[in-house]
Ligand binder design. Structure first.
Ligand code: SF4
Length: 250
């Protein structure tokens, strides 16, 4: 890993906090809309090992003006030993640890919770939690694993870990009203009434051509209203307006 895989300061990856964002390479998924395909060397299933010393020195350098480090990817749990070591280093410097995950490595997520090395978990729920739907969006059938990972959110609650679930949507690809209702219902049944964010996907950054355009903010608000009778904290995230809450009854 080089320093180009680190964003020293981000204010959009943990609501209300300034964080350093660290990208760990490698991912078992092959989402057609992945915008990190160059980083992942898509199609080759390869990943470059993280340079721990380089990342540690970057975290140390930034520690005066951030309050947390967020690990993302790729899928940050793929390089589990590096993630554990960096999380420990982050805590030792008085900073919080966040992870952005696709939910594939259930046992590793559980270990990290039990070791008390994580303070926020943001998990993608990329599609309705059914075999065919997940295969179509993420390139592998991960519905069972993601369901199991969502069940860990009860453990998070007991350990005071902030949790968030997310779906990235694209017109005519993923994010129909039925799909949003199905995903929100699964989240409620498996994880409980946790925060759910519907994110505006940008097709121009995608690995494959999947949509002609992005959903508008108004379209996302309408979509989110399919989830808000099911979950009490539903938000949208758009390029133009950032994060906004969407209530069930406008
Ligand atoms: S899970 Fe994320 S990093 Fe992995 S292929 Fe999908 S979009 Fe890309």
């Amino acid at each position: 890993m080089t320093a180009t895989n680190i964003i020293p300061l981000s204010t959009v990856d943990w609501y209300g906090r300034a964080v350093t964002l660290v990208f760990l390479m490698g991912c078992p998924f092959r989402c057609q809309y992945c915008h990190n395909h160059a980083l992942l060397e898509m199609g080759q299933l390869t990943s470059e090992p993280a340079n721990i010393k380089e990342i540690e020195s970057e975290i140390e350098k930034n520690s005066l003006f951030i309050s947390a480090v967020v690990f993302t990817g790729g899928e940050c749990f793929q390089q589990f030993d590096a993630l554990l070591s960096l999380a420990e280093f982050t805590h030792d410097h008085g900073l919080l640890v966040g992870v952005q995950t696709n939910g594939y490595y259930t046992d590793r997520i559980k270990q990290m919770i039990e070791k008390r090395l994580v303070d926020q978990i943001c998990m993608d729920v990329k599609a309705p939690l059914e075999h065919d739907a997940y295969l179509r969006i993420s390139g592998i059938d991960a519905a069972g694993r993601v369901s199991d990972s969502l069940k860990l959110y009860k453990l998070c609650e007991r350990n005071n870990i902030d949790v968030e679930t997310r779906t990235t949507v694209f017109p005519d690809f993923i994010g129909s009203p039925q799909e949003i209702r199905s995903i929100a219902t699964s989240i409620r049944d498996l994880a409980g009434d946790v925060r759910y964010i519907i994110q505006q996907g940008m097709p121009e950054n995608a690995w494959r051509h999947i949509s002609e355009r992005a959903y508008s903010r108004d379209e996302l608000i309408s979509l989110a209203r399919n989830a808000s009778p099911i979950l009490s904290d539903v938000r949208i995230r758009t390029k133009e307006s950032g994060e906004e809450c969407v209530n069930a009854n406008p």
